[in-house]
Design a protein around this ligand. Sequence first.
Ligand code: AMP
Length: 462
Amino acid sequence: MDLDKLKTTDGLDLKGKRVLVRADLIVPAKGGVITEATRLERVVPGLKDLATRGARVIVLSHFGRPKGGPDTENSLKPIADTLGKLAGVPVGFASDCVGQAAEEVVSALPEGGVVVLENTRFHKGEEKNDPALAEALAKLGDIFVNDAFSAAHRAHASTEGLARLLPAYAGPLMMEEIDALRAALEQPRRPVAALVGGAKVSTKIPVLTNLIAKVDKLIIGGGMANTFLLAGGVEIGRSLAEPDLVDTAREIMHVAKARSCEIVLPQDVVVAERFEAGAPSHTVLTLDVPADQMILDVGPKTVAHYVDVLSRCETLLWNGPLGAFEIAPFGEGTFAFARAVAERTRAGTLVSVAGGGDTVAALNAAGVTGDFTYVSSAGGAFLEWLEGRELPGVAALARCWRCRIQPRPLTRRFAPTSPQRGEVKWGAHDLHFSPMGRGRKRSQDRFRVRGRLPRKGVPDAR
Ligand code: AMP
């Protein structure tokens, strides 16, 4: 996937165009009342930009986990209302994301108008990336803007499917996220450190494996450090650990060494008898963990050591807390380290990128979120990026050939929505496609396309 091929709508004439925007409108709500709207506040400027350029803006999102049909609890209606209040303009709503209800609302939408369509997951085809649903959605728009990085790790109809059918662009929040992650992982200011914490090694093996190939220092904290300590022959008492992954931890340390990636582990830890708020606790050296106690945080020596490592780095990528931060006093290590990162970022000596649900919660609790270079609220997508995986929603944007005019007869590979021989429409033009390969080697997702594209008249092409 060539990320340099991503395109934004900058410079496009959007006047009168129906722009389908895939946003992430997932906010905490109780009984139809939004309790925290930060995510919506971030979506608003992008929508307003499209509206002021004369676009007819149609917003798509999923919400919650509906069981294959509409339900009031997962309706986007209250979110559309809140979005309107935040944007200071009326935001319409359609009771379905496809079909007559959506078509009527969209056709009545004036230039500069904004409408939210009902939860895409009310249709089973959304999560199955059903071509029929993607086509029904595509009928509503002239171009597609994906601004939901957090949903880009799933190939769903409103993310990956739509990008195959319409000229597809990356939205401003999507670009911001990708730029931040590229700045931390693909083209970082070196030396670069990654801090990986959290409960278990098992959930982050691919992350660790990918990072040791890319960073200079890998700082490990949280419960997952216990398995690494165990691998080094350290007694860890009753601490959370995964003894069956000791060999994996050794392998990771071995490969890291071969790649000159330094692995940094805790030197002292906070231990307690019980995993409980206010449980009596004390700090011991990692080599002195009592047999009847468990490690619940890193100690001050460890924080000082991690900060020292950081002082020799120019970039930090952070996922996962250093301890059981939700339970006092076991958040102190995480908070102290977060404050040090914030201070260096403010001083301009560090690029700091953090992400993941618990990490964001820990940074919020430490009151330093705003001081980091970038904090991603995308959980699964952020982790999959750290794993080095291609995100289908981003890849579909990067390979979108509809954004460009091909002045020659076209014969190229791409992946249409159906594995059968057939036709695809580009504006008023029919292109014929057939699967690559023959017999058993016939491909399900690579196609040869034949057709002559006009020099003019391709809607929205650059
Ligand atoms: P993860 O989802 O893997 O990032 O893990 C986050 C969780 O790890 C948080 O809920 C923390 O409370 C927990 N955690 C971090 N350190 C420890 C530890 N030493 N013992 C038990 N749980 C921990």
